[in-house]
Design a protein around this ligand. Structure first.
Ligand SMILES: *[C@@H]1O[C@H](CO)[C@@H](O)[C@H](O)[C@H]1NC(C)=O
Ligand SMILES: *[C@@H]1O[C@H](CO)[C@@H](O)[C@H](O)[C@H]1NC(C)=O
Ligand SMILES: *[C@@H]1O[C@H](CO)[C@@H](O)[C@H](O)[C@H]1NC(C)=O
Ligand SMILES: *[C@@H]1O[C@H](CO)[C@@H](O)[C@H](O)[C@H]1NC(C)=O
Ligand SMILES: *[C@@H]1O[C@H](CO)[C@@H](O)[C@H](O)[C@H]1NC(C)=O
Length: 517
């Protein structure tokens, strides 16, 4: 699958001067941008949000528009602030066009965690105390200023769109240190010119700067299941341990980048189009070690082994992407057996690119198995039937929060690596009869855990790559392959049967299955 690009991206975008945020020019033209130059968390992200609408719908509370903020908490969201006009009446007056309440304002750096806020209330503040330096600016004006009290928040749904009109938004961002493509916010929302965000997403993804790529390196042994029990000696059977242990090593090396584009409106709050891509290379080198010496039926459930944050992209109240890399694992065993298996879950993923939701581009990448070690041994004097499945699942998770919590979903890219053992070996004095079957595989898919406006939901799944490999398949004696008999479910080991009596099991297979299988 190769995505062919027929037109240079820049031609798909309106040729305008980039609408970057400038702290020197007031946001009085019906358009305002805020750039995120650097991520505060785990690395580099470049991102920008642009809002646009009627001139009276968007105002500015920064010094560029004549305003000085007197009290404001930098890390809080919704709050009451005090502000005073030290600029011209013309500048400060923009806030009051059509009434201040319901206007979307730009806040200065260091005031509120959000770049833009709704004015929920505006009044003459009781406390008219003004610091000396600010007071000097205020008195140079024609009209004396009063200190204003202003309630700011991000409850966009409380704004009546009929008062000032619709306020559109456009967000784009990606990991790395790239220059974001130019956008013209007014044109963006004009019908036809930019009906989809696909080309903006491709522009980000093809110009990705990988000089500050976040690399994940993990190698973590983890006990996934450990249900064992010591059985006392009885008659000729010595004391022994019975049960099931499943150990995994969660091992991965991954280079991950991503980008996101969203468009819609904050008044009324709605995301009309959204796309995210993950760009990654990974070497997955997990392994699974199972020791079963019991009649048992167990499911470990999905357990978290490792988690690390990736550079986030945060425009509080508008769009927050909180990505992380994690490895979960799960084992399901339903077996009557005295067996031991160790198998690698080794894959190489090169040049992978995944777009979500579907419709923004085809997924790319080569997914191939690496050399895989396999060891399987059993006690021939005990019948071994049943199945074992173990999954080690590296995943990239994007927590997406849009428009003040209006939508909150996780988009998950799973690299599910798994091993399956099927056994139908019977007790026999002369060695094994029956069959043993070992498969491994990888299943790469992207999905969301809930609905995001009407753009995608739980049922939206992109299957990117899925393949399983027969590592070992052999029948012994004159057995023909059959499914194992139904196994009595037991969630813990018991001391009946002769499980656990052999200390040295007989090897069924041991070696390396080459990558070129
Ligand atoms: C970006 O973040 C890095 C690491 O946190 C920091 O060293 C650097 O000074 C920041 N650059 C800017 C322009 O804020
Ligand atoms: C700012 O708000 C945060 C969060 O509500 C609070 O923990 C902090 O104490 C406040 N800072 C000041 C200076 O009031
Ligand atoms: C008025 O605000 C100033 C500056 O924040 C503060 O020092 C003073 O205590 C406030 N006065 C009253 C009466 O709250
Ligand atoms: C990021 O790009 C700017 C120019 O766009 C350059 O000056 C800076 O050194 C770059 N930083 C890194 C970490 O690559
Ligand atoms: C998706 O999962 C996240 C994290 O577990 C959770 O906060 C969010 O509410 C979930 N969304 C839905 C729609 O279930």
């Amino acid at each position: 699958m190769v995505f062919l690009l027929t037109v240079p991206f820049t031609l798909l975008l309106p040729a305008v001067v980039r609408a970057a945020n400038s702290w020197n020019a007031p946001c009085h033209t019906g358009e305002c941008s805020y750039d995120l130059k650097n991520s505060t968390h785990a690395g580099n992200v470049r991102a920008s949000v642009t809002i646009s609408g009627p001139t009276s719908a968007i105002a500015d509370l920064t010094p560029a528009a004549g305003w000085q903020i007197l009290n404001c908490n930098a890390t809080d969201g919704a709050q009451d602030i005090r502000a005073i006009c030290t600029g011209s009446d013309n500048d400060c007056g923009h806030l009051y066009q059509n009434g201040a309440v319901g206007t979307v304002v730009r806040l200065p750096e260091g005031c509120g965690k959000m770049p833009f806020a709704r004015i929920a209330a505006e009044w003459t503040h009781d406390n008219q105390t003004v610091p000396e330096d600010v007071a000097q600016g205020a008195t140079r004006r024609a009209e004396p200023s009063t200190v204003r009290g202003i309630t700011v928040d991000t409850q966009w749904h409380m704004i009546n769109p009929n008062r000032h009109g619709q306020v559109n938004m456009f967000v784009q961002g990606a990991t790395g240190n790239q220059t974001l493509p130019d956008v013209n916010a007014q044109d963006l929302h004009r019908r036809g010119l930019f009906s989809s965000i696909t080309s903006a997403l491709h522009a980000l993804s093809f110009n990705l700067d990988k000089s500050s790529t976040k690399t994940i390196d993990v190698s973590k042994p983890f006990s996934l299941l450990d249900k064992t029990k010591l059985c006392p000696a009885s008659g000729l059977v010595p004391s022994r341990k019975v049960g099931l242990t499943v150990d995994v090593n969660a091992k991965a090396h991954a280079d991950i980048n991503y980008g996101v584009v969203a468009s819609g409106s904050i008044v009324p709050p709605k995301v009309k189009d959204f796309g995210i891509f993950a760009d990654f290379d990974a070497q997955l080198g997990g392994s699974v070690d199972v020791d079963a010496f019991a009649s048992i039926s167990l499911d470990s459930g999905k357990l978290m082994i490792f988690q690390a944050g990736l550079p986030g992209l945060d425009f509080p109240g508008i769009l927050t992407i909180g990505p992380s890399f994690q490895i979960t694992a799960q084992a399901v065993a339903k077996a009557q057996a005295d067996v031991k298996i160790a198998v690698d879950l080794a894959y190489n993923i090169n040049g992978a690119k995944v777009y979500f939701p579907p419709g923004h581009g085809s997924s790319l990448g080569t997914f191939s198995p690496s050399n895989t070690n396999l060891q399987l041994s059993a006690d021939p004097s005990v019948s071994a039937t049943g199945s074992l499945q173990a999954h080690v699942i590296p995943a990239v998770l994007f927590g997406v929060n849009a428009l003040d919590g209006l939508a909150n979903v996780d988009v998950e890219l799973d690299l599910d690596t798994f091993a399956e053992l099927d056994l139908t070996l019977s007790e026999s004095k002369s060695g094994f009869t029956g069959c043993a079957d070992v498969k491994t595989g990888i299943n790469v898919k992207a999905a969301a855990n809930g609905s995001f406006f009407s753009l995608f939901n739980k049922a939206t799944v992109i299957s990117i790559y899925s393949k399983s490999f027969d590592l070992f398949k052999k029948c012994f004696g004159n057995a023909h392959r059959r499914r194992y008999a139904s196994i009595e479910a037991r969630d813990g080991p018991t001391c009946d049967g002769s499980f656990g009596t052999s200390t040295t099991k007989t090897t069924i297979t041991s070696g390396t299955v080459p990558a070129s299988r």
